[in-house]
Design a protein around this ligand. Structure first.
Ligand code: MLT
Ligand code: ZN
Length: 464
């Protein structure tokens, strides 16, 4: 069968007009937010039902066509990039939510539901979907599940995995599996649901997810604290954790703050300039809690760990303080940053960061380096910015040459080369720094069980 005959057949599996092959669509749907890889899919297909997804997967098996899942395309690891004539399966039209189950605190979502849509739905019922990050306005639940998305509230609520009560998936063989059926307690052998979370679409596609919701947080209050050096951030974390139940503990450097300030649409936290800043959040449920936070702030100042600070007094101030952290990624994106998303256990952060900082200062004396991240979870985002006058290929080649030293350090600390962005194409050649050869072989064997013809997002996580 010719290539065009394959595509003719694909048209018959979905609603009219739901296969696109024009150049603009191939470019737009063939990639995510990463900039290293040129998109080159052969078609984009938009299923509307589970049956249509099954038909596409069966068709792909028959003709040995590779499929790439596509959600909000906000990924940072190129897991949703099609570089090699694949058919992209977009879940844009599977974007409905069911009724909120207020007894079980769950809601059924199709994979194309936008994260913010779920957050707002929960809010309408005085509930809360706590997985949150800057791209929540465009990222989709299916993609969040595929990458086990983390974000800014992990310290309190954990990653996406914690919020998936049940999954319906179409495996690489085209079978429909109902996994866990939303149960809290279920001790009936392997929990296959967990395998599909973070699998980046390499085992099958999520066609429905029951997401858990939590009670709405009360009177969220943020503090931004300026520290004299990086070493002071962890004692600040320990001091506040000892007194309060934190819902977030983030950090960013002066360079990151300067980039956000240059936009001109966010008020500065305070006038004192500091090399590093911590942003923490808690529920100020009583006056006593707020007083405890202020007393801890004063203690940190007395210890010399904090130079200046501010505490939000209104929802507007809370939102403005969060913008200081949440706008960083978008603000630096035009500088084509080379992104590292590394993690170690929290106790090891200070020693680890010192070593990484030494490597980076030595290796990139001429590049701007921007630090930020979810330091309360041990997750650091190290962004190297491309100088305006250097071309993209030369810049990435230079950054890649430093990976070995960075990842060897990650390995030495038993850390992760990808804390929350996923492996995709970007980190795939470095997987061995975080996973043993035996583990990788077991992962490949699992893929062969669910996807014997290797059609599900091939080349992602590991090479084929
Ligand atoms: C963030 O923490 O802002 C996101 O992971 C995105 C990024 O790392 O740029
Ligand atoms: Zn992050």
């Amino acid at each position: 069968m010719t290539h065009s005959a394959f595509l003719e057949e694909l048209h018959t599996l979905v609603d009219p007009g739901k296969v696109l092959t024009d150049a603009d669509s191939l470019e737009a749907y063939g990639k995510d937010w990463t900039k290293q890889f040129a998109p080159a899919p052969s078609a984009i297909v938009f299923p509307k039902t589970t049956e249509q997804v099954q038909a596409i997967v069966r068709w792909a098996n028959t003709h040995k066509v590779a499929l790439v899942p596509s959600g909000g395309r906000t990924g940072l690891s190129a897991a949703a990039v099609a570089t090699n004539g694949e058919v992209v399966v977009s879940f844009d039209y599977m974007n409905k939510t069911g009724a909120v189950n207020t007894v079980d605190r769950t809601v059924v979502c199709q994979p194309g539901v936008i994260t913010k849509q779920l957050q707002n739905l929960a809010k309408d019922h005085d509930l809360y979907y706590p997985v949150d990050f800057a791209s929540s306005g465009s990222s989709q639940i299916g993609g969040n599940i595929g990458t086990n998305a983390g974000g800014i509230k992990v310290i309190r609520y954990g990653m996406t995995r914690n919020w998936v009560a049940g999954l319906k998936v179409v495996t690489g063989k085209g079978d429909l599996l109902e996994l866990n059926k939303d149960l809290i307690k279920n001790a009936t052998g392997y929990d296959l649901r967990q395998l599909f979370i973070g699998a980046e679409g390499t085992l099958g596609f999520v066609v429905e997810a029951t997401m858990r919701l939590d009670r709405a947080p009360k009177n969220l209050t943020a503090m931004v604290l300026g520290t004299p050096d990086f070493d002071s951030i962890m004692p600040v974390l320990h001091a506040f954790r000892g007194k309060l139940d934190l819902t977030a503990f983030e950090f960013f450097s002066d360079k990151a703050l300067a980039k956000v300030m240059a936009r001109g649409d966010v008020p500065p936290p305070f006038t004192t300039e500091c090399p590093f800043y911590a942003l923490l959040e808690f529920e100020a449920t009583t006056e006593q809690v707020s007083n405890e936070a202020l007393a801890t702030f004063e203690h940190c100042v007395e210890q010399g760990w904090v130079i200046d600070g501010v505490m939000s007094q209104s929802e507007q101030q809370l939102a403005n303080l969060w913008k200081l952290r949440e706008y960083i990624s978008e603000t630096i994106s035009h500088r084509t940053p080379y992104k590292n998303d590394i993690s170690v256990t929290v106790a090891q952060v200070p020693a680890f960061l010192k070593e990484i900082d030494a490597i980076v200062s030595e290796s990139y004396p001429d590049f701007e380096v921007v630090w930020y991240g979810h330091i309360g979870d041990g997750n650091l985002h190290l962004n190297i910015l491309k100088p305006e006058d250097l071309d993209k290929e030369a810049f990435f080649a230079k950054c890649v040459s430093v990976n070995k030293a960075v990842f060897e350090t990650v390995q030495k600390y038993n850390g992760s080369i990808s804390a929350e962005h996923g492996v995709g194409l970007v980190k795939r050649d470095y997987l061995n720094y975080s996973r043993s050869e035996a583990e990788i072989q077991y992962m490949k064997a699992l893929k062969a069980v669910f996807d014997p013809n290797g059609i599900m997002n091939p080349g992602k996580i590991f090479a084929v």
